[in-house]
Design a protein around this ligand. Structure first.
Ligand SMILES: CC(O)(O)NCCCCN
Ligand SMILES: [Zn+2]
Length: 566
């Protein structure tokens, strides 16, 4: 894009320019990727302009024709043109930039769908998720991710695409585009404050679930307070997004990767630390066989934005996530939203069908009470936020070490150590040491089939594990566990988000055909998809819900509703 110095507008008229959606967003992010040694571990995908056909997958002809004229408009015409839309700034070069942003997203989709890369991120400006069929909005001109979803379905015949929008604003443009489309599941959380926050839309609330055939395929999680933290984000992933995403079983995951949901952002005013994006990314990487395309949306703090981008890219590269920072359980307001969303969607998703219904009046009083209390620290949150630099994440030289009995082949990519003494004493010692500092998770009984098992993993084991924050995950596989390979690999993959990926798997003799699938999960290969999941067995749900109610007093991340309980 043109920098101000080359912009020769007649200075008689001051042309309004956006203060926060600035070029530096991309330069500081790219520089951080280089500085952290991440850029040279990535392949850079060439950019292209989106064609008219690409853009018309989402936008109307009249809108495209109108935008096409902007490079030739006078300053006055540009101002006039801009006034018809909300919160968007047109510049003679923005049409070109908007085609590159959309084109970059499509190039990324091609690279992932053709297997050239496993996953990737498109660092683009202008963003896209607010733009609508015939309107620009919220700094967005073309809806990059919506175009990418339509493009992927059309070109690769995909049946189901998941769009995860972790930007702090509601991507209403994406919602409108796929509202009645069951092949695209749109999930968005966003600052809402009971419709007081921009874009102040009634349809951004949790009861907008989609329309007609698309009912259930639009999930809105409104944040009715600022200051949301890592716990709030993780509990929504564990108790809403992930169970539904696994049931939906997408062929491709697109992320509207806005980082204005991170601490320090002037728009979001949230308190989640940049390393939370390592966990959000990790938790999505076992869907769709690992095919994940993240496309930049918002993110306006030039310190937390690059940190969040690096956390995301480093996880896409397969590096272990950092230990989750101070998870103290979701706040009351987040629990309220969580409960409302799960109730609104219980009729559409079998993983939620047991979700409670009535919200007791007591809790509403509680919320008012909390409102009064929090008035104080809301003022505080206006002050300059400070947060620690995300911890350095080492890239392990050996990703997976296997101690195998003689005669069992070691899958390639792993380091193998015979049970005999010839193993490198340092490594074996390390393994022995690591096995000492362990915590043992034994899955609750009664998880006989994949959907019940996954319900246990996503709704119980993961939140518990995150809150417990172990230094090691010890996975013990019993020969008669009845757990099939793909579920085993999903479990092994997901749990590597804990303990900086320090995972020790113990298997019994005679399980040697389990070595290869286990090794591939430990090496970070995406687990095979489980297929669309049917309803979990009632007895499984019964066991799991009883367990949750017993444990949630001590383990806050297990809560799916406020004090009153479901
Ligand atoms: C991409 C985005 O969601 O960050 N745009 C935010 C626009 C805010 C206008 N007040
Ligand atoms: Zn945003």
């Amino acid at each position: 894009s043109l920098s101000p110095s080359t912009l020769k507008f007649s200075n008689s008229l001051s042309y309004p320019a956006c203060k926060i959606e600035v070029p530096e967003r991309l330069t500081v992010s790219h520089e951080a990727l280089i500085k952290n040694g991440l850029a040279d571990r990535c392949v850079s995908v060439p950019v292209r302009e989106a064609t008219d056909a690409d853009i018309l997958l989402v936008h109307s002809e009249e809108y495209l024709e109108a935008v096409k004229k902007t490079p030739y408009m006078t300053l006055e015409d540009l101002k006039e043109f801009t006034l018809q839309y909300g919160d968007v700034y047109f510049h003679p070069n923005i049409y070109h930039c908007a085609k590159l942003a959309a084109g970059a997203a499509l190039q990324l989709v091609d690279s992932v769908m053709t297997g050239k890369v496993r996953n990737g991120m498109a660092l683009v400006r202008p963003p896209g998720h607010h733009s609508m069929s015939s309107a620009a909005n919220g700094f967005c001109v073309f809806n990059n991710v919506a175009i990418a979803a339509q493009y992927a379905k059309q070109k690769y015949g995909l049946k189901r695409v998941l769009i995860v929008d972790w930007d702090v604003h509601h991507g209403q443009g994406v919602q409108y585009c796929f509202e009645d489309d069951p092949s695209v599941l749109y999930f968005s959380w966003h600052r809402y404050e009971h419709q007081k926050f921009w874009p102040q839309l009634r349809e951004s609330d949790y009861d907008s679930v989609g329309k007609e055939k698309g009912a259930g395929f639009n999930i809105n999680v409104p944040w009715n307070k600022v200051g949301m933290k890592n716990s709030d984000y993780l509990s929504v992933f564990c108790h809403v997004l992930l169970p539904v995403a696994y049931e939906f079983c997408p062929d491709l995951v697109l992320v509207c990767a806005g980082f204005d949901s991170a601490i320090g952002d002037p728009e979001g005013e949230m308190c989640a630390s940049p390393d939370i994006f390592a966990h959000l990314t990790h938790l999505l990487m076992n869907l769709a066989g690992g095919k994940l395309c993240a496309v930049l949306e918002g993110g306006y703090n030039l310190t937390s934005l690059p940190q969040s981008v690096c956390q995301t890219v480093q996880t896409l590269l397969g590096d272990p996530a950092p230990r989750p920072a101070n998870l103290d359980g979701p706040c009351e307001s987040a629990l309220e939203s969580l409960h409302c969303v799960r109730s609104a969607h219980r009729q559409y998703w079998s993983c939620l069908k047991h979700a409670g219904i009535a919200i007791s009046t007591k809790r509403v009083k509680l919320a008012e009470e909390e409102e009064r209390l929090e008035k104080g620290d809301e003022e505080k949150s206006q002050e300059e936020q400070v947060w620690p630099e995300p911890p350095k994440r080492v890239t392990p030289p050996i990703r997976a070490a296997l101690v195998l009995p003689n005669g069992v082949a070691c899958p390639d990519g792993c380091e193998s150590f015979g049970a005999s003494e010839d193993a490198d004493p340092v490594i074996v010692n390390k393994l022995r040491y690591v096995a000492a500092a362990s915590c043992l998770f034994v899955l609750p009984q009664g998880c006989s089939d994949a959907s019940g098992f996954l319900q246990a993993v996503l709704g119980l084991l993961l939140p518990l594990g995150y809150e417990y924050d172990p230094s090691l995950v010890l996975l013990v596989r019993m020969p008669d566990s009845g757990v099939c390979d793909s579920v085993w690999q999903q479990l092994t993959g997901l749990l590597q988000g804990l303990a900086q990926g320090h995972t020790l798997v113990l298997m019994q003799e005679g399980e040697k055909e389990r070595v290869a699938p286990t090794a591939s999960a430990l090496l970070g290969d995406a687990a095979p998809s489980l297929g669309q999941l049917h309803s979990p067995l009632p007895e499984d749900v019964e066991v799991l819900e009883r367990l949750r109610h017993r444990l949630q007093g001590d383990w806050k991340l297990l809560q799916t509703t406020g004090e009153t309980g479901e």
